[in-house]
Design a protein around this ligand. Structure first.
Ligand code: PHE
Length: 341
């Protein structure tokens, strides 16, 4: 009687184990068979108590053999599930360790730095020295030595960030003209790229921080023709083509005569946009012949020497070159923007 039950239990369970679909199925079978309280083997074990000793021993051997077979079958099936799961994962997650590593991500120069370096190279090839000057300046270098004494109304044209110690954030790169004259003496050719600061309300075309490139040449018999030659050379190098320019009289106390050199707005082609304030031209290159007072204040004899100076709006130039219609993009560090250049 018990022989049959054990045999049927064994063969039926083996079949179920082989066709189990998941580790969960297996676990359910295991509990049905060997569960402490009402697993099939536990129940049979209890019934064996009623048998005679000989019979009990015989059945006991049968029961143990069946139990061992089933445990082995469960283990085997469990390992098969684990193997299958592992190889599925390996298929899904493999990496090719022989591929070369991607390496660090390469950056590149900011568009302002690019344009600055190009201009430095150009001017060095034309015999100019590249100078640097402090961003925190003295009142003397920023104003007085440029023929803008304390009472001069031109001071109001440049909304200045004054510091508590009497120094200021330079409002233009022109103070480097003064430092250049002091340092180099005549004749000289210098440029000075760098940042300038004004207390401006920020909008699409104004920033409190912007880049200029100052230029100065002092020699004998320098004329407006020389000035124009260098300005046209500079613009052609940056835009890689002729750019339409116009020269207007412009007032700066440190040049005489003074000019505003405008270029045709490259963004709208002259029809009017936010950058050119709807007038088709962009003020880019204030310039002129160095005022005799400026030369003599820096120890250069204006009877013997003269020169030209210009203050290129480097930020505007970069905007024109790349058709950027909002200056704030160049001040920010948004990679989505910068990665285009
Ligand atoms: N420094 C002047 C400015 O920023 C520009 C300028 C430079 C004009 C050199 C003439 C000569 O407004």
């Amino acid at each position: 009687m018990l022989d049959r039950r054990i045999q049927e239990l064994e063969s039926g369970s083996l079949a179920r184990i082989r066709s189990a679909r998941s580790p969960d199925d297996l676990e359910a079978i295991r509990v049905e068979l060997f569960g402490r309280r009402d697993g099939a083997f536990t129940l049979i074990g209890k019934e064996m108590g009623r048998l005679k000793p000989d019979e009990r021993r015989r059945i006991g051997l049968l029961l143990n053999a069946a139990k061992r077979n089933l445990e082995e079958a469960l283990d085997l099936k469990k390992r098969q599930f684990a193997d299958a799961e592992l190889s599925a994962r390996l298929d899904a997650e493999w990496i090719d360790l022989t591929l070369p590593a991607p390496g660090p991500r390469r950056g590149h120069l900011h568009p302002m730095t690019q344009i600055q370096r190009e201009l430095e190279e150009l001017f060095v090839s034309l015999g100019f020295t590249v100078l640097d000057g402090p961003e925190v300046e003295t009142e003397y270098h920023n104003f007085d030595a440029l023929n803008i004494p304390a009472t001069h109304p031109a001071r109001d044209a440049q909304d200045t960030f004054w510091l508590e110690n009497g120094l200021l954030l330079r409002t233009h790169t022109s103070p480097v003209q003064v430092r250049g004259m002091e340092k180099l003496g005549p004749p000289l050719r210098m440029i000075a790229p760098g940042r300038a600061f004004r207390n401006e309300t920020v909008d699409a075309s104004h920033e409190h921080t912007f880049y200029q490139l100052e230029g100065m040449m002092v020699d004998r018999d320098v004329s407006v023709a020389h000035l124009l030659y260098f300005m046209r050379t500079l613009l052609a190098a940056i835009f890689k083509r002729e750019v339409e320019v116009r020269l207007r009289p412009g007032y700066f106390p440190f040049v005489e005569p003074g000019f505003e050199l405008d270029i045709r707005c490259v963004i709208c082609g002259g029809t009017g946009c936010a950058v050119c304030k709807q007038n088709g031209w962009v003020e880019l290159l204030p310039c002129g012949l160095v005022h005799p007072n400026v030369l003599s204040m820096s120890g250069i004899d204006p009877e013997q020497w003269n020169g030209f100076a210009f203050g290129l709006g480097l930020t505007r130039l970069a905007m024109m070159r790349h058709a950027i219609d909002d200056i704030r993009l160049l001040q920010g560090n948004d990679l989505r923007f910068l990665e285009q250049f």
